[in-house]
Design a protein around this ligand. Structure first.
Ligand SMILES: *Cc1c(COP(=O)(O)O)cnc(C)c1O
Length: 498
């Protein structure tokens, strides 16, 4: 199985090359040349397997240039109870009959990014051995909050790698900032950017494609790679948990094999929901993919109208990991929906870069309508949904999951669809303690973050997970802050100093 670039399908590389390189040279994203299919027996066969064994079965079909032993080494290293507080790696909670919460936040940073970023360093070091032997890998990450910390935890002190993380100075929660600026490890660097997430992401993309910088790095024996959700090594692990969740629900008798489910995903960069799309294309019985956005509702409009228009106000919300106006992974979906029309993709994404806007064809609009439902809500409605879920079902959810839950309620009201539904829960509520405490009726005026968390514990009878509690006593190591134009110097200085 090879991987093509969305902007030039003549480019065809192994999975190791796609993972090691991150982004294709001409700016396209790597996509599998065909989507492997799972039969009924394949999916039923997963029911009695552990999470790493299920992951092995999925990866085997995508990473065909990896040996079975290599894949086993990767999945067993990443998905163990050393890194996750649950043996099942992701847990399923029953909200009410037929509505399930897929908790993807039982890893070391308490957000769903761990599901991919715990395994990425393994996939990347295996890939690097195959394709760029001898070179060190410098990971660059632009983060809207959760990716940064999860990548830092995944890569810290991994030999032959270093990692630099950029985050928007005022665009992350206090807890997220604390988690990143207190990061330990000898090969890590963290820097704030005076701008929003898109500035960080564009800055990182510019560094990747800067020929002068590349020449400097060649001299140092270093090559860049990405841990952002554009990397195939980030996306493929996310396919696993949807298939795994379905197998678990079949095993527990909650669903019968073949019964379709809806999947609701709180969406930002379109990585998580794209993984659900791949799972569906592989043969998982899925009815609708429900795309939930916050006030930054560019995807809601796109799915409903076929016009992608990023020229709009950028809102800073209580679900900051979804504060995104350019959802990079959408490019992969459109490539598949146009049957690999690389010219068309280049044209649309050229327009997006130039005018901030493009419109897809009627044929693509129809396919999108068939696959997806989209909705959005503001902070007020998100808090209302968190409160309602807590009051009625004693389930405390974070702000991102709150957006998904609200949009799901709207979907159900609008369509009357009672298909069983899996809601992806992307963060532990204590990562966004202030907003969650306010949602359940608490007053946060004038009190600090850790006091708020104490109060949230008392009010809800839940407790803060251990990895978050630990940040309380750690020292802040990284205080740097730069303009977008200063990002490449930060990277070069750090790499030269190592
Ligand atoms: C990253 C993130 C999202 C958005 O996921 P995408 O794959 O970028 O769509 C949602 N919620 C949380 C908590 C996240 O960290």
């Amino acid at each position: 199985m090879n991987y093509n670039s969305t902007r030039d399908r003549k480019i065809s590389v192994t999975s190791a090359k796609a993972i090691a390189q991150g982004l294709s040279e001409e700016g396209g994203l790597f996509v599998p040349e065909s989507i492997p299919k799972l039969s009924r027996e394949d999916i039923l066969g997963l029911c009695d397997k552990s999470y790493p064994e299920r992951a092995f079965e999925i990866f085997r079909r995508y990473l065909t240039d990896f040996t079975d032993d290599e894949i086993r080494y990767c999945v067993n290293g990443a998905y163990s109870d050393k890194n996750f507080d649950s043996e099942s790696i992701s847990e399923i909670s029953h909200l009410y009959s037929g509505t399930y919460i897929l908790e993807l936040w039982h890893g070391p940073t308490c957000a769903f990014k761990d599901m991919a970023l715990q395994i990425l360093p393994y996939l990347l070091s295996c890939s690097a051995k195959k394709v760029i032997d001898g070179k060190d890998i410098a990971i660059l990450v632009a983060t809207s909050g959760d990716t940064g910390k999860a990548a830092l935890e995944g890569f810290k002190d991994v030999p032959g790698t270093s990692i630099t993380v950029f985050y928007p100075e005022d665009g992350v929660s206090d807890m997220q900032k604390r988690q990143m600026t207190t990061q330990e490890g000898g090969n890590v660097n963290v820097c704030a950017v005076k701008g929003n997430f898109d500035d960080c992401q564009n800055g990182v993309k510019a560094i990747f494609t800067d020929p002068e910088l590349k020449a400097e790095l060649d001299k140092l024996g270093i090559t860049f790679s990405s841990a952002n959700s554009i990397n195939w090594g980030r996306l493929s692990p996310q396919i696993v948990y949807y298939i795994s969740a379905y197998a678990s629900l079949v095993k527990s008798g909650d669903i019968e094999y073949g019964e379709k489910v809806n999947i609701v995903v709180p969406t930002g960069n379109f990585g998580n929901i794209l993984a659900a799309y791949y799972a569906k294309e592989m043969g998982l019985p899925v009815n609708k993919l429900i795309c939930a956005s916050n006030a930054n509702n560019v995807l809601t409009d796109f799915i409903n109208t076929g016009v992608y228009d990023r020229n709009r106000h950028f809102y800073t919300t209580i679900s900051p990991s979804m504060d995104i106006l350019i959802s990079s992974n959408l490019e992969r979906l459109l490539y598949h929906l146009t049957d690999g029309d690389d010219k068309q993709i280049s044209e649309w994404f050229g327009k997006l870069a130039k005018d901030g806007k493009y419109e897809v064809t009627d044929a693509v609009k129809a396919k999108i309508k068939d696959l997806f439902y989209a909705g959005c809500c503001d902070d007020e409605a998100t808090k209302g949904a968190i409160k309602q879920a807590f009051d009625e079902y004693s389930y405390l959810m974070d702000t991102h999951t709150g957006v998904a839950y609200k949009v799901y309620n709207d979907y159900r009201a609008a369509t009357g669809d009672e298909t069983k539904t899996i809601i992806a829960s992307t963060a532990n509520p204590y990562k966004f303690g202030k907003a969650v405490y306010e949602a359940v009726g608490g007053d946060t005026a004038g009190i600090d973050e850790f006091t708020i968390i104490d109060k949230l514990e008392q009010r809800t009878g839940t407790s803060m997970p251990a990895p978050l509690a630990a940040t309380k006593t750690k020292t802040v190591r990284f205080t740097g802050s730069v303009d977008k134009s200063g990002m490449s110097k930060v990277v070069l200085d750090f790499l030269k100093s190592r």
